[in-house]
Design a protein around this ligand. Structure first.
Ligand code: ADP
Ligand code: MG
Length: 257
Protein backbone atom coordinates (compact mmCIF):
# COMPACT_ATOMS: atom_id res chain seq x y z
CA UNK A 1 0.00 0.00 0.00
CA UNK A 2 1.39 3.37 -0.93
CA UNK A 3 0.23 6.37 1.01
CA UNK A 4 1.34 9.49 -0.72
CA UNK A 5 -0.20 12.95 -0.54
CA UNK A 6 1.86 14.59 2.22
CA UNK A 7 0.24 17.85 3.25
CA UNK A 8 1.87 19.28 6.35
CA UNK A 9 0.36 22.01 8.52
CA UNK A 10 2.19 23.44 11.49
CA UNK A 11 -0.47 25.44 13.29
CA UNK A 12 0.47 28.00 15.97
CA UNK A 13 3.05 25.62 17.43
CA UNK A 14 4.99 26.53 20.55
CA UNK A 15 7.33 24.27 22.48
CA UNK A 16 8.55 25.04 25.97
CA UNK A 17 11.04 23.35 28.24
CA UNK A 18 10.49 24.73 31.71
CA UNK A 19 10.37 28.50 31.37
CA UNK A 20 12.26 28.47 28.06
CA UNK A 21 10.18 28.91 24.91
CA UNK A 22 12.23 27.15 22.25
CA UNK A 23 9.59 27.45 19.54
CA UNK A 24 7.26 30.41 19.70
CA UNK A 25 3.97 30.37 17.80
CA UNK A 26 5.18 29.00 14.47
CA UNK A 27 2.73 28.43 11.64
CA UNK A 28 3.75 26.95 8.33
CA UNK A 29 1.91 25.05 5.60
CA UNK A 30 3.77 22.78 3.23
CA UNK A 31 1.79 21.59 0.22
CA UNK A 32 2.14 18.06 -1.22
CA UNK A 33 5.34 17.91 -3.27
CA UNK A 34 6.62 21.23 -2.00
CA UNK A 35 10.13 21.62 -0.58
CA UNK A 36 10.54 24.16 2.19
CA UNK A 37 13.94 25.04 3.64
CA UNK A 38 14.14 25.93 7.30
CA UNK A 39 16.89 28.46 7.92
CA UNK A 40 18.18 30.39 10.89
CA UNK A 41 21.20 30.76 13.14
CA UNK A 42 22.36 28.10 15.59
CA UNK A 43 19.85 27.82 18.39
CA UNK A 44 16.98 29.37 16.40
CA UNK A 45 14.75 26.37 17.11
CA UNK A 46 14.88 24.52 13.78
CA UNK A 47 15.65 21.08 15.21
CA UNK A 48 13.13 21.55 18.00
CA UNK A 49 10.43 22.43 15.49
CA UNK A 50 11.28 19.48 13.23
CA UNK A 51 11.01 17.17 16.22
CA UNK A 52 7.43 18.31 16.76
CA UNK A 53 6.66 17.21 13.18
CA UNK A 54 8.25 13.82 13.72
CA UNK A 55 6.21 13.34 16.88
CA UNK A 56 9.12 13.46 19.31
CA UNK A 57 8.36 16.86 20.84
CA UNK A 58 4.72 17.28 21.79
CA UNK A 59 3.80 20.91 21.13
CA UNK A 60 3.06 22.88 24.29
CA UNK A 61 0.53 24.77 22.20
CA UNK A 62 -0.78 24.36 18.68
CA UNK A 63 -0.98 21.33 16.43
CA UNK A 64 0.89 19.53 13.69
CA UNK A 65 -1.37 18.08 11.01
CA UNK A 66 -0.30 15.52 8.43
CA UNK A 67 -2.86 15.05 5.68
CA UNK A 68 -5.33 16.80 7.96
CA UNK A 69 -4.72 14.54 10.99
CA UNK A 70 -3.20 15.69 14.26
CA UNK A 71 -0.02 13.60 14.60
CA UNK A 72 -0.37 13.52 18.37
CA UNK A 73 -3.81 11.91 18.05
CA UNK A 74 -2.48 9.09 15.88
CA UNK A 75 -0.28 6.18 16.93
CA UNK A 76 3.43 6.54 16.24
CA UNK A 77 3.21 3.74 13.66
CA UNK A 78 0.71 5.84 11.68
CA UNK A 79 3.15 8.74 11.74
CA UNK A 80 5.98 6.47 10.60
CA UNK A 81 3.99 5.52 7.49
CA UNK A 82 3.41 9.16 6.62
CA UNK A 83 6.57 10.92 7.74
CA UNK A 84 10.17 9.82 7.25
CA UNK A 85 12.94 11.64 9.06
CA UNK A 86 16.65 12.08 9.10
CA UNK A 87 17.32 13.88 12.35
CA UNK A 88 20.56 14.94 13.97
CA UNK A 89 21.11 12.66 16.88
CA UNK A 90 20.51 9.28 15.36
CA UNK A 91 22.38 6.69 17.43
CA UNK A 92 25.54 5.65 15.63
CA UNK A 93 26.74 2.92 17.90
CA UNK A 94 24.35 0.10 17.21
CA UNK A 95 26.08 -3.01 15.99
CA UNK A 96 23.78 -3.19 12.97
CA UNK A 97 24.81 -3.35 9.35
CA UNK A 98 23.76 -0.87 6.70
CA UNK A 99 21.18 -3.19 5.22
CA UNK A 100 19.68 -3.91 8.67
CA UNK A 101 19.24 -0.22 9.30
CA UNK A 102 17.67 0.46 5.91
CA UNK A 103 15.36 -2.53 6.43
CA UNK A 104 14.18 -0.99 9.72
CA UNK A 105 12.38 1.60 7.59
CA UNK A 106 9.99 -1.13 6.41
CA UNK A 107 8.87 -1.93 9.96
CA UNK A 108 6.42 0.98 9.78
CA UNK A 109 4.39 -1.10 7.34
CA UNK A 110 4.60 -4.44 9.11
CA UNK A 111 3.61 -6.29 12.22
CA UNK A 112 6.28 -6.88 14.85
CA UNK A 113 8.80 -9.52 13.68
CA UNK A 114 6.95 -10.07 10.39
CA UNK A 115 9.66 -11.17 7.93
CA UNK A 116 10.62 -9.04 4.93
CA UNK A 117 8.73 -9.90 1.76
CA UNK A 118 10.04 -9.76 -1.80
CA UNK A 119 8.46 -6.33 -2.07
CA UNK A 120 10.33 -5.12 1.02
CA UNK A 121 13.60 -6.50 -0.32
CA UNK A 122 13.12 -4.80 -3.68
CA UNK A 123 12.48 -1.45 -2.03
CA UNK A 124 15.53 -1.85 0.20
CA UNK A 125 17.76 -2.78 -2.71
CA UNK A 126 16.45 0.09 -4.81
CA UNK A 127 17.17 2.58 -2.01
CA UNK A 128 20.70 1.20 -1.57
CA UNK A 129 21.29 1.56 -5.32
CA UNK A 130 19.86 5.08 -5.50
CA UNK A 131 22.05 6.33 -2.71
CA UNK A 132 25.09 4.42 -3.98
CA UNK A 133 25.20 2.34 -0.85
CA UNK A 134 25.15 -1.12 -2.37
CA UNK A 135 28.90 -1.68 -1.70
CA UNK A 136 28.33 -0.87 1.98
CA UNK A 137 25.33 -3.14 2.51
CA UNK A 138 27.11 -5.58 4.82
CA UNK A 139 29.25 -3.04 6.68
CA UNK A 140 28.56 -2.21 10.33
CA UNK A 141 26.94 1.22 10.45
CA UNK A 142 29.41 2.54 13.01
CA UNK A 143 32.32 1.99 10.61
CA UNK A 144 30.90 4.45 8.06
CA UNK A 145 31.88 8.09 7.62
CA UNK A 146 29.44 10.84 8.60
CA UNK A 147 28.36 11.37 5.00
CA UNK A 148 27.84 7.66 4.39
CA UNK A 149 25.77 7.40 7.56
CA UNK A 150 23.64 10.27 6.42
CA UNK A 151 22.89 8.48 3.15
CA UNK A 152 22.00 5.29 5.04
CA UNK A 153 19.54 7.19 7.24
CA UNK A 154 18.01 8.79 4.17
CA UNK A 155 17.68 5.35 2.56
CA UNK A 156 15.91 4.14 5.71
CA UNK A 157 13.51 7.09 5.54
CA UNK A 158 12.83 6.45 1.83
CA UNK A 159 11.86 2.80 2.26
CA UNK A 160 9.20 3.96 4.70
CA UNK A 161 7.65 5.46 1.53
CA UNK A 162 6.40 8.49 3.42
CA UNK A 163 4.59 11.40 1.81
CA UNK A 164 6.64 13.79 3.93
CA UNK A 165 10.37 13.88 4.58
CA UNK A 166 11.67 15.77 7.60
CA UNK A 167 15.39 16.40 7.25
CA UNK A 168 17.60 18.09 9.81
CA UNK A 169 20.73 19.37 8.09
CA UNK A 170 20.83 16.38 5.74
CA UNK A 171 23.94 17.67 3.99
CA UNK A 172 26.07 18.70 6.95
CA UNK A 173 28.59 15.88 6.72
CA UNK A 174 28.67 15.76 2.95
CA UNK A 175 31.20 17.08 0.48
CA UNK A 176 29.89 19.46 -2.17
CA UNK A 177 29.41 16.69 -4.72
CA UNK A 178 27.14 14.73 -2.37
CA UNK A 179 25.42 17.88 -1.09
CA UNK A 180 24.30 18.66 -4.61
CA UNK A 181 23.41 15.12 -5.55
CA UNK A 182 21.45 14.56 -2.35
CA UNK A 183 19.46 17.79 -2.70
CA UNK A 184 18.82 17.07 -6.38
CA UNK A 185 17.72 13.58 -5.51
CA UNK A 186 15.38 14.78 -2.76
CA UNK A 187 13.87 17.28 -5.20
CA UNK A 188 13.38 14.71 -7.91
CA UNK A 189 11.49 12.17 -5.85
CA UNK A 190 8.71 14.76 -5.60
CA UNK A 191 7.84 14.21 -1.94
CA UNK A 192 6.89 16.95 0.48
CA UNK A 193 10.08 18.06 2.19
CA UNK A 194 10.83 20.24 5.17
CA UNK A 195 14.57 20.49 5.66
CA UNK A 196 16.75 22.51 7.99
CA UNK A 197 19.61 23.68 5.80
CA UNK A 198 22.74 25.57 6.67
CA UNK A 199 23.82 26.79 3.28
CA UNK A 200 21.54 29.66 2.29
CA UNK A 201 22.51 29.57 -1.37
CA UNK A 202 21.89 25.85 -1.73
CA UNK A 203 18.57 26.35 0.06
CA UNK A 204 17.64 29.07 -2.44
CA UNK A 205 18.69 26.85 -5.30
CA UNK A 206 16.57 23.84 -4.35
CA UNK A 207 13.63 25.02 -2.23
CA UNK A 208 10.28 26.36 -3.36
CA UNK A 209 9.98 28.43 -0.22
CA UNK A 210 12.13 29.26 2.77
CA UNK A 211 11.19 29.80 6.38
CA UNK A 212 13.75 31.82 8.32
CA UNK A 213 13.65 31.30 12.07
CA UNK A 214 15.16 33.48 14.76
CA UNK A 215 14.95 32.88 18.51
CA UNK A 216 12.09 30.40 18.15
CA UNK A 217 9.98 32.59 15.88
CA UNK A 218 9.42 32.89 12.16
CA UNK A 219 11.35 35.96 11.03
CA UNK A 220 10.46 35.63 7.35
CA UNK A 221 8.67 33.17 5.13
CA UNK A 222 8.19 33.13 1.38
CA UNK A 223 10.07 32.53 -1.84
CA UNK A 224 13.87 32.62 -1.66
CA UNK A 225 13.75 36.14 -3.17
CA UNK A 226 11.41 37.29 -0.43
CA UNK A 227 13.34 35.73 2.43
CA UNK A 228 16.98 36.29 1.53
CA UNK A 229 17.36 40.05 1.65
CA UNK A 230 19.98 42.41 3.07
CA UNK A 231 17.46 43.32 5.78
CA UNK A 232 16.84 39.76 6.98
CA UNK A 233 20.56 38.94 6.81
CA UNK A 234 21.29 41.93 9.03
CA UNK A 235 18.40 41.31 11.43
CA UNK A 236 18.76 37.59 11.84
CA UNK A 237 22.43 36.82 11.23
CA UNK A 238 23.93 40.23 12.01
CA UNK A 239 25.81 40.30 8.73
CA UNK A 240 25.98 42.72 5.85
CA UNK A 241 25.12 40.96 2.62
CA UNK A 242 24.89 41.71 -1.04
CA UNK A 243 22.30 39.82 -3.07
CA UNK A 244 22.91 38.80 -6.62
CA UNK A 245 21.68 36.02 -8.91
CA UNK A 246 23.27 32.82 -9.98
CA UNK A 247 24.24 33.47 -13.61
CA UNK A 248 23.04 30.08 -14.84
CA UNK A 249 19.96 29.39 -12.73
CA UNK A 250 18.78 32.95 -11.98
CA UNK A 251 18.25 31.94 -8.33
CA UNK A 252 19.02 34.48 -5.61
CA UNK A 253 22.61 34.26 -4.33
CA UNK A 254 23.82 35.79 -1.08
CA UNK A 255 27.34 37.16 -0.81
CA UNK A 256 28.50 38.28 2.61
CA UNK A 257 30.28 41.61 2.41
P1 ADP B 1 18.71 24.91 15.93
O1 ADP B 1 18.39 23.55 15.42
O2 ADP B 1 18.01 25.98 15.17
O3 ADP B 1 20.19 25.18 15.98
P2 ADP B 1 17.59 23.92 18.40
O4 ADP B 1 16.18 23.64 18.07
O5 ADP B 1 18.51 22.76 18.49
O6 ADP B 1 18.17 25.03 17.41
O7 ADP B 1 17.67 24.67 19.80
C1 ADP B 1 16.91 25.82 20.07
C2 ADP B 1 17.27 26.32 21.44
O8 ADP B 1 16.76 25.46 22.42
C3 ADP B 1 18.76 26.42 21.71
O9 ADP B 1 19.00 27.61 22.43
C4 ADP B 1 19.04 25.20 22.54
O10 ADP B 1 20.12 25.42 23.42
C5 ADP B 1 17.76 25.06 23.32
N1 ADP B 1 17.46 23.68 23.70
C6 ADP B 1 17.39 22.61 22.87
N2 ADP B 1 17.08 21.49 23.57
C7 ADP B 1 16.97 21.87 24.84
C8 ADP B 1 16.67 21.18 26.06
N3 ADP B 1 16.43 19.86 26.07
N4 ADP B 1 16.62 21.92 27.21
C9 ADP B 1 16.84 23.24 27.19
N5 ADP B 1 17.14 23.93 26.08
C10 ADP B 1 17.20 23.27 24.94
MG1 MG C 1 19.58 22.05 14.76
Amino acid sequence: MTIVPGALTIEDVSFNIGAARLVDDVSLEVAPGEMVGLLGPNGAGKSTLLRTVYRINRPSEGRVLVDGEDVWKRPSAWVARHVGAVLQDMPAEFPLTVIDIVAMGRSAHKALLEPDTGHDRRLIEAALELLQLAPFAGRPFRTLSGGERQRVLLARALVQQPGILVLDEPTNHLDIHYQLSLLRFIREIGRTVIAALHDLNLAAMFCDRLCLMDRGRVAAIGTPDEVLTPVTMRQVYGIEAHMTRHPATGRIWMMPS
